[in-house]
Design a protein around this ligand. Structure first.
Ligand SMILES: NC(=O)c1ccc[n+]([C@@H]2O[C@H](COP(=O)([O-])OP(=O)(O)OC[C@H]3O[C@@H](n4cnc5c(N)ncnc54)[C@H](O)[C@@H]3O)[C@@H](O)[C@H]2O)c1
Length: 308
C-alpha cells in the first residue's frame, strides 16, 4: 500500500494517544477514518481535530464503542458501513488498550478480566467484525497493537504485569498466526503487529479511570506502599521516600509516564504508518523496543533475571 489517500481506515481507541495521532495523520494524508473510543468526548474532539486537517473529500467519523463487547463492535461496524456508504474497508488499526491488574495473585479477578478483555478480546472481536470487510477490499491491512510486553512479560524487578502481558502475548500470537492463514485464504490482505516501547501518552491515567481505580487520596497507606517498587523503578520517587512522598508521586504518575517517555504519540503513529506503508509485519516502535527485543532474543532464559 503505497499511499493511504482515498482509502478508508478503522481505528479503535482513537480518543487519545497513539490512536488519536493515527486518526489525525491518516486524515491529513487523505484517508477517510472511522474511529471509536469508550469516551464520547475525546472521540468527538479527535474527529474535529482530524477533520480540520483533512483535505476535501476525506471524511472522519467518531463512534462510541467498547471493543470488549462484541455487540458494540458489530454496531460500530454497521455504523461505519452506513456513514461511509461502503461495503469494505482498507485498514483496521486495533489500537485500544489499557493497563491494569498487574498481579494475578493479589489484584482483583474483575480487574484482571476487564484488562484482558479489552486488550485481547477487543482485538479479536474487531478482527471478527472487520476482517470480512478487509477481504472485500482490493487490498487490506489489519494492524494489531501488542507491546514490548507481547514478548517480554514484565515491567522489571518487583513489578508483576500479568493481565496486560498475557493479553499482549495473545495479540502477538494471534497476529503472527494470521500471516499464513491470510496468505493462503485471503492473499490480498495482510496483518501487522505493533510493539511499542515507552510512548508518551495518558494511558496510565486513562486506564485507572476506565477500571474505576480509586484516586490516590482515597488509598490507604498499605495500598500506597504496594506501588513503591514500580514508582522507584520508574524514577518517580527516590529510594527510602516517605509514604506521603510516595502518595504525592503516585498522584503525578500518569503525567510522569507521559512526560518522561523517549517518544511521543505523534512520532509513534508516524513510525507505525511508515512501516505499514512499507509492508512490514513486525513493527517495533522506539529504540527501547528494538533494544529489548534484541536482548530477549539473545538470552531468553535470562529475560526475567533482570535485564536493566
Ligand atoms: N503508551 C505506551 O507506552 C504503550 C506501549 C506499548 C503498547 N501500548 C499500546 O498502545 C495502544 C494505545 O495506547 P496509548 O498509550 O495511546 O493509550 P491511551 O490511553 O492514550 O489511548 C488508548 C485509548 O483507548 C481507549 N480505550 C480503552 N479501552 C477501550 C475500549 N474497551 N473500547 C474502546 N476504546 C477503549 C481509551 O479511552 C483511550 O482513548 C494500547 O493498546 C496500549 O496497550 C502503549
Amino acid at each position: 500500500m503505497e499511499s493511504f489517500a482515498g482509502k478508508l481506515a478503522v481505528v479503535t481507541g482513537g480518543g487519545s494517544g497513539m490512536g488519536r495521532e493515527l486518526v489525525r495523520q491518516l486524515a491529513a494524508q487523505g484517508c477517510s477514518v472511522a474511529a471509536c473510543d469508550l469516551n464520547a468526548d475525546t472521540i468527538s474532539a479527535t474527529m474535529s481535530l482530524a477533520q480540520a486537517g483533512a483535505p476535501p473529500g476525506c471524511r472522519v467519523t467518531g463512534h462510541v464503542c467498547d471493543v470488549a463487547d462484541e455487540a458494540q463492535v458489530l454496531r460500530f461496524r454497521d455504523e461505519v458501513l452506513k456513514q461511509h456508504a461502503t461495503r469494505h474497508v482498507n485498514l483496521v488499526f486495533s489500537n485500544a488498550g489499557i493497563g491494569g491488574a498487574g498481579s494475578f495473585v493479589v489484584d482483583s479477578r474483575q480487574e484482571w478480566e476487564r484488562t484482558f478483555a479489552i486488550d485481547f478480546w477487543g482485538v479479536y472481536y474487531c478482527a471478527r467484525a472487520f476482517l470480512p470487510l478487509l477481504i472485500a477490499s482490493s487490498e487490506g491491512v489489519l494492524v494489531n497493537t501488542s507491546s514490548v510486553n507481547g514478548f517480554w512479560a514484565s515491567l522489571g524487578p518487583g513489578i508483576p504485569h500479568t493481565a496486560y502481558s498475557t493479553a499482549k502475548f495473545a495479540v502477538k500470537g494471534f497476529s503472527e498466526a494470521l500471516i499464513e492463514d491470510l496468505r493462503i485464504n485471503a492473499p490480498h490482505v495482510r496483518v501487522a503487529v505493533v510493539m511499542p516501547g515507552h510512548i508518551g501518552t495518558d494511558i496510565v491515567t486513562n486506564s485507572r479511570r476506565i477500571l474505576g481505580v480509586p484516586g490516590v487520596e482515597q488509598m490507604s497507606d498499605e495500598e500506597v506502599e504496594a506501588g513503591r517498587a514500580s514508582m522507584t523503578r520508574f524514577g518517580a520517587v527516590a529510594e527510602g521516600a516517605s509514604v506521603e512522598e510516595l502518595r504525592q508521586a503516585m498522584a503525578r504518575a500518569g503525567d510522569a509516564f507521559r512526560d518522561t517517555a523517549p517518544m511521543s504519540a505523534a512520532e509513534a503513529a508516524e513510525t507505525i504508518l511508515d512501516e505499514v506503508r512499507k509492508g512490514s509485519w513486525r513493527i517495533l516502535v522506539g529504540e527501547d523496543a528494538k533494544g529489548l527485543d534484541a536482548v530477549v532474543r539473545a538470552k531468553p532464559e535470562a529475560a526475567y533475571d533482570f535485564l536493566a
